[in-house]
Design a protein around this ligand. Sequence first.
Ligand code: IZC
Ligand code: ZN
Length: 412
Amino acid sequence: MANLLLKNIGLLATPTGSAAKRGREQGEITLLKGAYILVKGGVIDAVGSGEVPAGMLENAEMVDVKGRLVTPGLVDAHTHLIFGGWRQNELGLKLHGVTYLEILAQGGGILSTVRATRAASEQELAGKAAKELSAMLRMGTTTCEAKSGYGLDPEDEYKQLRAIRRLNETQKVELVPTFLGAHALPEEYKNHREGYLGLLCEEMIPTVAREHLAEFCDVFCETGVFTAEESRRILEAGKKHGLTPKIHADEIDPIGGSQLAGAVGAITAEHLIVCPKEGIASMAKGGTIACLLPATSFYLGATFAPARAMIDAGVAVAVATDFNPGSCPSSNLQLAMNLACLKYCLTPEEVLTAVTLNGAAGIRRADRIGTVEAGKQADLLIWDAPDLDYVCYRLGANLVDTVIKKGEIIQF
Ligand code: IZC
Ligand code: ZN
């Protein structure tokens, strides 16, 4: 692989370091004018500004950034990437006032995606996700978390996780797998809750861990789905087998998910739309990252997570898409950035940290990605934009011009 030299960078905007940024530090990023970046063997070798040192010009492929903005590649720390079918039929229901939880209680929602996912082969699921990943890469997502949770039985959950593994070998976006067997109670266990909890804790979690099919264990802690007590049991079982806890908490009702997040040492709590003060305090104490999903709030017609209160309390905030066929059929992380600015009142600098370093920390990758610094993997974006304000202001546009993944310029 040839060395790459990005020169004539109008503005390099990046957080720094290898751990999530919280509080005031979330907005304290490096802004370097007139910068250059040297990449060797897929890794950032040097970053500087001013005259490019003569030695760097030898044996390097030049990329003229033409005075534009460069940032780290975007990290989407929460997606339900692998699923069969879509749920456009729910749009009409929503317009008639049927809520997300009512659709689920009627056997639709997640459960309809479960039927479509069970009916699809591993290859079909991977092929469908590959198309979406290629759109995501064009929009600047270079790393993405991907959850199971539409199988809800051992074989179909493993099938989803194997599709993720296959995709990691066949396309460019790096995927990080999360086991979400506790996404809903499957229909066949409707009258046998305890049976499914046992299956999750005693069979599926141990197998997923043993076969290295996932790194994280997630649960949908919500009214009519899993209680906080059940969520604790599932996450503790995951921990026992080496799976780090994540939790869908306070998306619709505040039933204790965010309080549990800090108590079990969850790496992230996700959604947090209706997160109470006690939940924020628990996350601050436990070091849990708040992974906020503003496009889902928008799509559900819900309120927006209290992001500023989280930052004030010293909770690190990540922002992700929640791409899924129900509550967020969009994988556009730039749209989530726009919304995070407008609806959470995060500054563009805080938003950048939220979709790079803090997202990376939420999937335990902050040592390797999420910033533009010597020693980090060369995941870089050249934007058709002069600065971060422009990126956060241009609602719904794809402003990414060039994507560099592990030092490779992606050709679309
Ligand atoms: O398929 O509805 N919230 N899980 C929890 C989702 C949204 C995904 C879905
Ligand atoms: Zn989700």
